[in-house]
Design a protein around this ligand. Structure first.
Ligand code: 6PG
Length: 253
C-alpha cells in the first residue's frame, strides 16, 4: 500500500469519469477535448497553454491529434510537459521525444512555442530553469501560481502521476512549481510539476487505458479508509477534474 499522503484540498469526487469503449475511442475523446479546450482558451485569452504527459498511453492521443486537428491555430498553442525523465531529448525514454515524434513535428507549431524540460542538465538545474521559464511565460508575480488551460496526466500501477511517486519528496513540495524528484525505485531523478501547479489548472484530464490499470484505478476512484495514492491528491482548486478511461481499465467502476 502506498504511504498515506494528505491531499492539498478536501477530497472531492472527480467531476467526470468518462468510460469509452477502447483505446482508440479514448485517443479520439482526448484529442477532441484538447481541441475544444484550445479553441475556448484562444477565444477567451488569445492563447492555449497545455502541459503534456509522458509514458505510452498519450502517444496514441498525440498521433491522432496531429492527424485530426492539424488545422488548429498552433501558433497560439504553447506546449509544456508535466514531467520529464532525467535524460537528453533524443533518449528513447524522453517524454519530449515521444511528443515530438507523435505530434510536435507533425503540426505547424513554432519551435519557440514548445517548452521542453532541459533534462540534459543536472536535475536541480533543469528544474530551476524550467520553473523560471514557466514563471516568465505566465508573467507570475510573487507567490502566484500558473494556470494551465489543460494538463494531461496518467497514472502508474503504484498510483503515481506525473513524476509524483509514492514516498518521494516531491509529494510534500508546496512552494516550488517544478522540482527534481529522486525516485528510488528507478534510482534516478525525474523533473516534475508539483501539486500546486496541477491543482491550479483550469482542467486536468487523466488518461487511463488498459486492463493493467484496472486495480489501481478502482482503488484511486473508490478509496477505502487511509488508502492514499499520489494521483488522488490532484484536486484542481478551481478547475475541472476529468478521468477518461477505456472499458478495459474500468470494468468494475
Ligand atoms: C511518465 C508519465 C507518467 C505516466 C504514467 C502512466 O513520465 O512516465 O508522465 O506519469 O503518465 O506512468 O504511463 P502509461 O500511460 O505509459 O501507462
Amino acid at each position: 500500500m502506498a504511504e498515506p499522503i494528505h491531499p492539498i484540498l478536501p477530497g472531492k469526487k472527480p467531476d467526470n469519469v468518462t468510460v469509452v469503449k477502447d483505446a482508440a475511442a479514448l485517443y479520439r475523446a482526448a484529442a477532441d477535448e484538447f481541441s475544444r479546450c484550445a479553441q475556448a482558451a484562444i477565444a477567451q485569452q488569445g492563447r492555449f497553454a497545455v502541459a503534456l504527459s509522458g509514458g505510452t498511453t498519450p502517444r496514441g492521443v498525440y498521433s491522432l491529434l496531429a492527424r485530426v486537428h492539424k488545422a488548429l491555430p498552433w501558433q497560439k498553442i504553447f506546449v509544456f510537459f508535466g514531467d520529464e525523465r532525467h535524460v537528453p531529448p533524443d533518449d528513447p525514454e524522453s517524454n519530449y521525444r515521444m511528443a515530438a515524434e507523435s505530434l510536435l513535428t507533425k503540426v505547424a507549431i513554432p519551435a519557440e512555442n514548445v517548452y521542453r524540460v532541459p533534462a540534459e542538465s543536472p536535475a536541480d538545474s533543469a528544474a530551476d530553469q524550467y520553473e523560471r521559464q514557466i514563471r516568465t511565460f505566465f508573467q507570475l508575480q510573487g507567490s502566484a501560481w500558473p494556470r494551465f488551460d489543460l494538463i494531461f496526466l496518467g497514472i502508474g500501477d503504484d498510483g503515481h502521476t506525473a513524476s509524483l511517486f509514492p514516498g518521494t519528496d516531491a509529494l510534500k513540495e508546496m512552494s516550488r512549481l517544478v522540482v527534481a524528484n529522486w525516485v528510488e525505485k528507478f534510482r534516478t531523478y525525474r523533473i516534475t510539476f508539483t501539486y500546486p501547479v496541477l491543482n491550479h489548472a483550469a482542467e486536468v484530464l487523466f488518461l487511463v487505458s488498459g486492463a493493467g490499470k484496472g486495480q489501481i484505478l478502482r482503488e484511486i476512484l473508490t478509496p477505502s479508509r487511509g488508502q492514499r495514492y499520489p494521483a488522488q491528491a490532484v484536486q484542481p482548486e478551481d478547475g475541472k477534474l476529468i478521468w477518461l478511461v477505456d472499458q478495459d481499465a474500468a470494468p468494475s467502476l
